[in-house]
Design a protein around this ligand. Structure first.
Ligand SMILES: Cc1cc2nc3c(=O)[nH]c(=O)nc-3n(C[C@H](O)[C@H](O)[C@H](O)COP(=O)(O)O)c2cc1C
Length: 216
């Protein structure tokens, strides 16, 4: 992308030839536009689902909160174990809280200031037995993917941000954000608006044939 990286290129080539490492060309970036995205958000699922990307290059037009409400409404239909719907969703739109949440999460350095809304998906542990302690992550994960698609459908730019942290970090996040003890954070979603033209990471995917086993 034009950065002066000749030293790194030389060192990398040396390393690759020394250890016989083959480089691949599946990384990189796509240059997308709001026009591209808008033309796909209301398409049939095959085009729609392939047009969602994690955004790390947001626009500064104001976020329309009605679009967030519309996405949350769609997510009421998310399936869950025994239909318990045990998620608790914290939506932050006030600048100070949004910034605090992203700084505590730590995985959006370099772009957290561009996001206007943070949505923290938690599971309510009181709705699960001692033998089903992974279920909040299953229910919350299904909700999270549904919400990513619903926000995308409503024209908002999103990125999933991990809540897989050491226990002491989770404890600090919960304390600072006033999350009660009975809630377990599952995923944070950063939300913003699109730029007219923006870049996304390619994020190569394996073919399903590499990990799907039929009748084995
Ligand atoms: C559970 C989870 C946690 C993630 N955490 C981060 C994060 O902390 N920071 C980040 O920049 N991206 C994060 N991502 C985004 C992934 O890097 C991204 O989804 C993946 O590379 C696939 O790219 P795509 O979303 O553009 O299809 C996370 C994604 C998931 C599903």
């Amino acid at each position: 992308m034009g950065a002066a990286m000749a030293d790194i290129e030389i060192a990398l080539n040396k390393l690759c030839s020394c250890y016989n490492i083959k480089s691949n060309d599946v990384g990189g970036i796509y240059n997308l536009s709001l026009k591209d995205v808008s033309s796909k958000t209301q398409c049939p699922f095959d085009s729609f689902s392939q047009s969602r990307f994690s955004i790390r290059d947001f626009g500064d037009s104001p976020l329309d909160i009605d679009k967030v409400y519309a996405a949350l409404k769609l997510c009421e239909r998310t399936p869950s174990a025994c239909n318990r719907q045990s998620w608790v969703i914290h939506v932050y739109t006030e600048n100070k809280l949004v910034e605090k949440m992203f700084k505590l999460q730590g995985g959006s350095k370099g772009f957290y200031e561009q996001m206007q809304c943070a949505i923290l998906i938690c599971g309510d542990l009181r709705n699960y037995g001692f033998y089903e302690q992974n279920l909040p992550f299953v229910d919350g994960g299904l909700y999270a993917m549904n919400l990513l698609y619903s926000l995308h459908y409503n024209g908002l730019a999103t990125i999933p941000l991990t809540m897989g942290h050491k226990w002491r970090v989770i404890k600090k996040i919960k304390q600072e954000m006033n999350i009660p003890g009975n809630e377990i954070p599952v995923l944070l979603i950063g939300v913003g608006t699109y730029k007219d033209d923006f870049k996304v990471a390619v994020s190569h995917r394996y073919s399903y044939k590499q990990y799907v086993k039929f009748n084995q």
